[in-house]
Design a protein around this ligand. Structure first.
Ligand code: TA6
Length: 311
């Protein structure tokens, strides 16, 4: 049976530490702490697993932390096929949640370095896995040593095998990836601002999304947190509201949007249904602790509650 392949070149352990009130430069005592396996592509696979849709996670992991990541994927029942490199460690990302403000301060850890032979081994594995996939999600940052045109290269390999690609990246990785015209991209508002090089009001977001559609992207989604999201294809452009959530940690919300969009794509959803599912998935995950992700019944229920307006 085919599957949605997710690529996480720089997976991580997400350590979320909850504080009463974060005081910079002082001793802060945690009131709660949890560790989740993370990385954008892995978070996408978590949601697809919850939905019950076949998924395989691949990428590169390093050392003992890497083995911990793989054992956590086993515990979640997520099928995976990573390159495991010794001598370094995959990163641990720290998220400090200040419960007095709800704000999360993130500190991205230092991971391993993927030199030429290690990256070649991954590309060889990827080429084999993507040949059997129905769709591929390329997501997140990359380790030191990986060139910033890697996603463009992986998109071309997928296209050569008739497989559509969804890209969720930032900076040069996103810019170079767009040049390979993936099927869909999902920048958040900050990533889109960096891509176009200017501040963006909502009408600017719509114009930027439409410009990307005119340049070969078939579906552009822009996530804007509590301000909702915009979904554009060559026929229409929709603004979707975000559901109000109490508490939780927004980490992984964008990944859940990507997962629901990937699911909607392979299921042949129209734009509105895909957008509703994606927005509901993002809102549901934002209500969870750490990088816990949404459940299918939350997606279906939330999809009926979000507001959709044609722009
Ligand atoms: O979107 C949430 C998340 O996947 C977390 O796991 C967090 O560690 C971060 O994104 C990793 O993103 P990056 O772009 O650094 O690969």
């Amino acid at each position: 049976m085919s599957y949605i392949l997710t690529v996480t070149l720089n997976p991580c352990l997400d350590r979320t530490v909850t504080l009463d009130c974060f005081s910079l430069g002082e001793l802060n005592r945690a009131i709660a702490e949890r560790v989740d396996v993370g990385g954008k592509g892995i978070n996408v696979s978590k949601v697809l697993k919850n939905i019950g849709h076949p998924t395989v996670a691949t990428g590169i992991v390093f050392g003992g932390v890497g083995r911990d990541i793989l054992s956590r994927l086993d515990a979640l029942g997520i099928e995976h096929d990573f390159i495991l490199a010794e001598g370094q460690n995959s990163r641990t990302n720290l998220k400090l949640l200040d419960s007095s403000t709800g704000k999360v301060t993130e500190i991205g850890g230092v991971g391993g370095t993927a030199d030429g032979s290690l990256l070649d081994a991954f590309v060889q594995k990827y080429t084999s896995l993507v040949s059997e996939a129905e769709l591929v999600v390329l997501s997140g940052s990359v380790p030191c040593g990986v060139p910033n045109d890697i996603y463009a290269r992986l998109i071309e390999i997928a296209r050569g095998r008739g497989v559509r690609a969804i890209l969720d990246a930032d900076g040069e990785l996103l810019k170079n990836g767009i040049s390979a015209a993936p099927y869909m991209i999902k920048p958040n508002i900050f990533e889109l601002r960096r891509l176009v090089g200017k501040e963006l009001c909502e009408s600017d977001v719509v114009a930027a999304a439409r410009e990307l559609i005119n340049n070969g992207i078939e579906l552009c989604a822009v996530s804007m947190g509590k301000d909702g999201s915009v979904f554009a294809d060559k026929n229409e452009c929709l603004k979707v509201s975000a559901l109000k959530v109490a508490g939780g940690c927004a980490t992984g919300a964008g990944d859940s949007m990507v997962a629901a969009a990937a699911y909607g794509t392979v299921c042949g959803f129209d734009l509105e249904r895909l957008a509703r599912y994606a927005a509901a998935a993002g809102s549901a995950t934002a209500s969870k602790e750490g990088t816990e992700v949404c459940a299918p019944d939350e997606i279906v229920a939330g999809a009926e509650m979000v507001e959709v307006n044609a722009l």
